[in-house]
Design a protein around this ligand. Structure first.
Ligand code: IPM
Ligand code: MG
Length: 369
């Protein structure tokens, strides 16, 4: 299998964690004789510093020509005061729009080895396995009009939450298809008691459900969902929601897995798929070699599964991550309460790469018997 991959390390801890994800992908290529070609480009604050814009044309062109894009993180306090459309984050939003992926898949699992790292009691999170399907190209993030103005002498800011039925339908189908391959349960999250966009959301999801009679559908208001996700996470299978609600709820749900640094994501449905850890650029710990690369590495696993159909290779990476955690290795964010051995970002990448080789060997030996 040949893959042409564009790597966008981005800002803060982005370069450190993507380096480890690439290391693991190289190991997979090595083991299986695949040919993965990596090409790096700047985005976000790194791109502003080099070219004056957060998404240079050359970066976008390379992404559009790639088989998939692997991104690290975006954002830097240095540019916090810029207008929204010039900030590092604008680079990411333009990239998402240009690549066209409207369904952002964010799996959240509880890891037995990390139960102690979660602030939630272990009996609450045990076995929790949720897939968030976050709509990624609509809602408040992209709705027009938006802006700053002055009203009766007072500064006023406004954004527009807008969804069309077809935007809701296409992401709902992705969520139902995912539910069919999992626990066949889908919870749609909205604020239909207040918002028109949510009323259309609920109505449209209910219509899409007709084509999926085997999937049990329920609806929750976002405020109630925020509570249930951390009080009864085992109840959920697939959670479908709009852009901003999905942004907020997926960070909240990270406490189930022990740390935001654990979460991966895949954005699908467009011209080129985009893979990025859910965490941000974490400028406070950037460059120290202590960031958790597992979210980025797990995003690389999702890349192999979703873009290349390399299911065995993807599972081997996920099992490699579990093996390293079971062996007790921890970056600082997941060390609390687990009594593990504290290691650095690069060591974590190396250990996962080695574990992937072991897991693959064992799988081959098993099939040979
Ligand atoms: C995420 C991030 C981004 C978002 C930011 C960096 C623009 O928080 O991927 O969850 O809000 O989508
Ligand atoms: Mg977020």
């Amino acid at each position: 299998m040949k893959l042409n991959l564009v790597v966008l390390p981005g800002d803060g801890v982005g370069p450190e964690v993507t380096e480890q994800a690439v290391r693991v992908l190289r190991e997979v290529a090595n083991i299986h004789g695949h040919s993965f070609h990596f090409e790096e480009h700047p985005v976000g604050a790194a791109a502003i510093r080099r070219t004056g814009t957060p998404l240079p044309r050359a970066t976008l062109d390379a992404c559009l020509a790639a088989d998939a894009v692997l991104l690290g993180a975006i954002g830097s306090p240095e540019f916090d005061r810029l207008p929204a459309n010039q900030k590092p984050e604008a680079g990411l939003l333009c990239l998402r729009k240009a690549l066209g992926g409207f369904a952002n898949l964010r799996p959240v699992n509880s890891y037995a080895a990390l139960a102690g790292a979660s602030p939630l009691r272990s009996e609450i999170i045990k076995g929790a396995d949720i897939l968030f399907v976050r709509e990624l190209l609509g809602g408040l993030y992209f709705g027009e009009p938006r802006g700053l103005t002055s009203l009766n002498g007072s500064s006023t800011a406004f954004n527009t939450m807008r969804y069309s039925a077809s935007e809701i339908e296409r992401v709902a189908r992705v969520a139902f298809d995912a539910a069919m391959k999992r626990g066949r349960k889908l919870t749609s999250v909205d604020k239909a008691n207040v918002l028109e966009t949510s009323q259309l959301w609920r109505q449209t999801v209910t219509q899409v459900a007709v084509a999926y009679p085997q999937v049990e559908l329920d609806h929750l208001y976002v405020d109630a969902a925020a509570m249930h996700i951390i009080t009864k996470p085992q109840k959920f299978d697939v959670i479908l929601t709009e852009n901003l609600f999905g942004d907020i709820l997926s960070d909240e749900a990270a406490v189930i897995s022990g740390s935001l640094g654990m979460l991966a994501s895949a954005t699908v449905g467009g011209v080129v798929d985009l893979f990025e850890p859910v965490h941000g650029s974490a400028p406070d710990i950037a460059g120290q070699g202590i960031a958790n690369p597992l979210g980025a590495i797990a995003s690389a696993a999702m890349l192999l599964r979703h873009t290349a159909g390399l299911e065995d290779e993807a599972t081997d990476i996920e099992e490699g991550i579990r093996a390293v955690l079971d062996a007790g290795y921890r970056t600082p964010d997941i060390a609390r309460g687990t009594g593990g051995c504290l290691i650095r970002t690069a060591d974590m990448g190396q250990l996962v790469a080695e574990a992937v080789a072991d897991v693959t060997d064992r799988r081959h030996a098993y099939h040979a018997v």
